[in-house]
Design a protein around this ligand. Structure first.
Ligand SMILES: [Zn+2]
Length: 84
């Protein structure tokens, strides 16, 4: 019986995850360069890198992962704004 504990993801999903990680890193680096710390762009509170999430303004299936459609939000704002 073959059973893999690793969840299989498609090449498209893998590409999407890589894109998100890259975009998040870029946006965080820009914030650090600008002010020396990272923050949630919705509530304006200073947040650690670990607390920041990359959120989609328009859901990813429609809006895609791009600079225009993605913002750095804390978990609270992410839930409030996107509902997930
Ligand atoms: Zn926030």
């Amino acid at each position: 019986m073959k059973k893999s504990p690793i969840k299989r993801i498609s090449p498209e999903q893998r590409k999407e995850l890589r894109l998100r990680a890259k975009l998040k890193k870029e946006l965080l680096e820009e914030q650090i360069e600008e002010k020396g710390y990272t923050w949630c762009v919705a509530c304006g509170q200073t947040k650690s890198v670990a607390e920041i999430q990359l959120g989609h303004i328009i859901k990813v299936q429609v809006g895609g992962t791009s600079r225009e459609n993605c913002k750095l939000w804390c978990q609270g704002c992410h839930i409030k704004i996107s509902g997930h």
